[in-house]
Ligand binder design. Structure first.
Ligand code: MN
Length: 228
């Protein structure tokens, strides 16, 4: 048995709908500006430039259904996104092979300290402080692709306190899920346990303590997260 010099950090593992088994997380990739209307609302050209990604940490994923308002920000935004979980990976994955690596999908939120992200953008610095903070990615149970089928279209909505804030369709993604998998695999080695957050439609906005965020996607049901 391996002996560790310090206490071994826990494996980050997410619940799977209809199963007692958990999904262990290896890495978390997030695409930026993947819906044209959201690119425009953030002040960018929606033309199909090469995709770009940032990362969150596996331990930022939080299935608890509560989101503690983070410190050092007064402008924390919701970004409703579908997360894609991989069961296998590799490098230079061909587009037509990409979907074979999908384990399943989950409803998720890319919570963002927008004020801190904006300051980093201005300085040309990385976004971690705005994006990869504690519990910054609430995530619902994973739905295996064997049950949902491939999800390339369907309404995605986010309500805050019952009011629709974000609305779009998965078919509006600028970079489709197989394209993201193939592209990432040219730059990184993808593997089982990797998670790709697939971008958010327009309508991102600030939340306050006490707000209830409900994300819903056709085929994945809904997931509610309370800001505390
Ligand atoms: Mn996002």
């Amino acid at each position: 048995m391996t002996e560790y010099a310090i206490k071994q950090p826990p494996v980050v593992a997410l619940p799977i709908a209809g199963s007692d088994a958990l999904f262990p997380v290896r890495r978390v990739y997030c695409i930026g500006r993947n819906y044209a209307a959201h690119a425009i609302e953030m002040g960018h050209d929606p033309d199909r430039e090469p995709p770009f990604f940032f990362q969150k940490n596996p331990s930022n994923l939080d299935p608890s259904g509560t989101f503690p308002y983070p410190p050092h920000s007064s402008d924390v935004h919701h970004e409703a996104e579908v997360s894609v979980m991989l069961k296998s990976g590799g490098t230079n994955i061909a587009l037509e092979e990409a979907e074979a690596h999908i384990f399943g999908y989950a409803l998720s939120l890319d919570m963002t300290r927008r004020d801190l992200q904006g300051a980093q953008k201005k300085l040309g610095r990385p976004w971690e402080i705005g994006k990869a903070f504690e519990r910054s990615a609430p995530v619902g149970p994973i739905h295996p692709v064997s049950e949902t089928g491939l999800l390339n279209e369907g309404a995605i909505t986010l309500k805050v306190n019952g009011e629709v804030k974000q609305e779009g369709d998965l078919n509006q993604m600028i970079w489709k899920v197989p394209e993201m998998i193939s592209y990432l695999s040219e730059y990184f080695e993808l593997a089982a346990g990797d998670v790709i957050m697939s971008g958010t439609p327009s309508g991102v906005a600030a939340v306050e303590r006490g707000d209830e965020m409900e994300i819903a996607v056709e085929g994945l049901g809904s997931f509610t997260v309370k800001v505390v």
